[in-house]
Design a protein around this ligand. Structure first.
Ligand code: AMP
Length: 645
């Protein structure tokens, strides 16, 4: 039996899940690890305030009372600068400001700044604890999924979050790839290459990806080889989801309300929230039923009159949601067109549905009509990604054999050249791990240092791409322009993380960097936060120990005081004086520790407790003797009057 499973985590914008596969035994199927209350989904919501940190369902349920301290959808900020995140800000209920190193930071109501990585780390820590509790072993390694389009900075930020949560991210994989793995695609090495569409329609985002699965890459007569997943293309809309369908229903409900009760004032925030909850509930019901009754009075203040029932039919819902669903279908068309160039004439072999909104019958119907293929729906659409991550985790841990993954580079990687252009070194959609190099030289005579601006993006000018970092290769001896031979090599590892090596071949000057993106945390920052979290962990432990000592010390004191009252008169004055001294010392320390736990050192409390234990040995003995005598006395006098102690 493996002792240390690798878990699979779907770290989602709205909800997160954790799963495991092939554990404890290799034949155990992939499964989601529930929280103590049995829930599978952990809302990706974190509240940070003076009282501490609350993660998940509770933080979500109490969000209305703590609008500024509650952080939802932090995934939208991962690895991004404030400028990149502008489009997302209107959707976030908390304040986002520019932090050090061009990073977006969340500003809490007390002014404190926290990085998106730290917020995500709280979610990951909760998932890790949930998995450890469910499996009964400490879990320290995970495969974590990221959207296929996440760039280097966003992937780095995800890894940093894992590290802060005490998890080693052994692999980051693309969400659609995980969904395909959950369906066992890629585990049947004998089938021919397949093209798979993953249609992921969640609460706030829509993504469609086209994958190519090539089974048994590199197979030999004796070894099965690996299954390669390439993400051929992705498209989508990061602000399109089930929430938008809810808003459309609220608009319809508000119209009904106006018609039934003309002259009602504009709904307050609270009423809008109540209407939204009614709308979402009705939408979910309509995935099963043809119509649903809604009592609008539930969204009005008490005393606004009797019930106000309206009926929402599935047909009306489908009309309201129709334009939104058509936008997803248009994105499917774009993704397939983009992928076509690399598809070599194949058709689509499978369509997988992921995300809660794909439970709507109209969504399933439109996808079926568009692709002319029956979509895969056997796996719970909320769980597919986490289950797939768990499958990949079991492959990496050696518990499952078969599929290896090849993800692709989402955006081209290159170097800024003289004049501000970009020389692309690794092209978009190249499978990872990838390696490529280019030769460069200098533009001016006697150039002693070469500036390397590493960029990611599809645009031609470096200024229009994202700069991942600027480095300098110095110490180049004086040479005429064009003579130095600079070999720049880019290597992208299996996680999609870039390392660059620049070598000037005439002088042997060399630069090796692991790219730490501008928009991520610096290594130093990660280390500082890690140190701080260790320091907090130590502080938490010290506090815990004091609390234990206060509790057990109070019990000891209570016992000694009672026994002193009963038997104290039977003790000689010297031992009795020692006990009274020890009681006084311990109770004074306990008093102080109750007022302020940091006012007393745990060791001092411990010593005072031990001193009392030691001093009260004669009292223990006396109490024991008296109790025994009393027992004997009782034995001798059946039915007689009990001697009082
Ligand atoms: P996700 O982001 O994948 O967790 O999906 C959440 C979205 O799925 C929310 O907008 C939910 O309202 C929606 N959803 C969940 N269950 C259903 C259902 N049975 N029918 C329609 N929408 C649903």
């Amino acid at each position: 039996m493996a002792t240390d499973p690798i878990i699979g985590i779907d770290l989602g914008t709205t909800n997160s899940l954790v799963g495991v596969s092939a554990w404890p035994g290799p034949t155990d199927l992939p499964r989601i690890l529930p929280a103590a209350d049995g829930a599978h989904l952990v809302p990706s919501v974190v509240r940070i305030d003076d009282a501490g940190v609350v993660v998940g369902a509770l933080a979500k349920a109490q969000a209305a009372e703590h609008p500024r301290g509650t952080i939802a959808s932090v995934k939208r900020l991962m690895g991004r600068g404030l400028e990149d995140a502008q489009a997302d800000l209107p959707y976030l209920s908390y304040k986002v400001v520019q932090g050090p190193g061009q990073t977006a930071r969340v500003q809490l109501s007390d002014g404190r700044l926290v990085s998106p990585q730290e917020v995500s780390a709280h979610i990951l820590r909760a998932l890790r604890a949930q998995a450890s509790a469910a499996l009964g072993v400490q879990v320290g390694r995970a495969v974590i999924t990221v959207p296929a389009y996440f760039d280097d900075a966003q992937r780095q930020a995800t890894r940093d979050a894992a590290r802060l949560a005490g998890l080693e991210a052994v692999r980051l994989i693309a969400e659609p790839t995980a969904a395909a793995l959950a369906y066992g695609l890629g585990l049947r090495a004998s089938s021919p290459a397949q093209t798979i569409v993953v249609y992921d329609f969640g609460g706030g985002t829509f993504d469609v990806s086209v994958l190519r699965l090539t089974p048994g890459v590199g197979a030999t007569a004796t070894a099965p080889g690996a299954d390669a997943f390439e993400v051929l293309a992705t498209a989508g809309d990061t602000h399109l989801g089930g929430d938008d369908i809810d808003f459309a229903i609220v608009g319809w409900l508000a119209g009904q309300l106006q018609a039934l009760r003309p002259g009602l004032p504009v709904p307050s925030d609270g009423q809008r929230r109540a209407l939204l909850a009614l709308a979402e509930g009705a939408k979910i019901e309509l995935s099963k039923s043809e119509e649903v009754g809604i009592d609008l009075a539930r969204a009005l203040p008490e005393g606004s009159g009797g019930p106000l029932r309206v009926t929402l039919t599935r047909a009306v819902l489908e009309a309201l949601a129709g334009p939104l669903i058509e936008r997803t279908i248009a994105a499917c068309g774009r993704a397939v067109r983009d992928a076509r160039a690399r598809m070599e004439g194949e058709g689509i072999d499978a369509v997988i549905l992921v995300g809660g909104s794909t439970r709507m019958p109209v969504v399933r119907r439109r996808v079926r009509e568009h692709f002319k293929i029956e979509p895969y729906t056997a796996i719970d659409p909320d769980e597919a990604v986490a289950l797939g991550a768990a499958v990949q985790a079991s492959i990496l841990s050696g518990a499952t054999t078969g599929a290896m993954l090849l993800d692709v580079i989402p955006l081209s990687l290159g170097l800024e050249t003289a004049g501000g252009g970009v020389a692309k070194i690794i092209m978009r959609n190249a499978p990872v791990p990838a390696e490529a190099h280019e030769m460069f030289s200098t533009q001016v005579d006697n150039q002693g240092s070469i500036r390397l601006n590493i960029v990611q993006g599809e645009r031609e000018m470096a200024g229009d791409c994202r700069s991942l970092g600027v480095y300098h290769l110095g110490g180049i001896p004086a040479m005429p322009a064009g003579l130095p031979q600079l070999r720049v090599e880019f290597r992208v590892d299996a996680n999609g993380i870039l390392g660059v090596c620049a070598l000037e071949q005439r002088s042997g000057r060399r630069l090796d960097v692991q790219i730490v993106p501008n928009h991520g945390l610096t290594r130093q920052e990660v280390e500082r936060i890690e140190r701080e979290s260790f320091a907090f962990a130590r502080q938490d432990m010290a506090r815990h120990r004091i609390a234990d000592l206060i509790a057990t010390g109070a019990l000891d004191l209570g016992w000694v005081r009672t026994q002193l009252g009963r038997y104290g008169a039977g003790l000689a004055s010297e031992p009795r004086g020692r006990i009274e001294g020890a009681v006084a010392t311990l109770s004074e320390l306990l008093e102080r520790a109750r007022g302020d736990w940091e006012a007393v050192a745990a060791d001092e409390l411990m010593r005072a407790k031990e001193a009392l234990d030691h001093a009260s040995v004669p009292l223990h003995e006396l109490a024991m003797t008296r109790t025994l005598q009393q027992g004997e006395a009782n034995e001798q006098q059946p039915g007689g009057k009990r001697a009082s102690p």
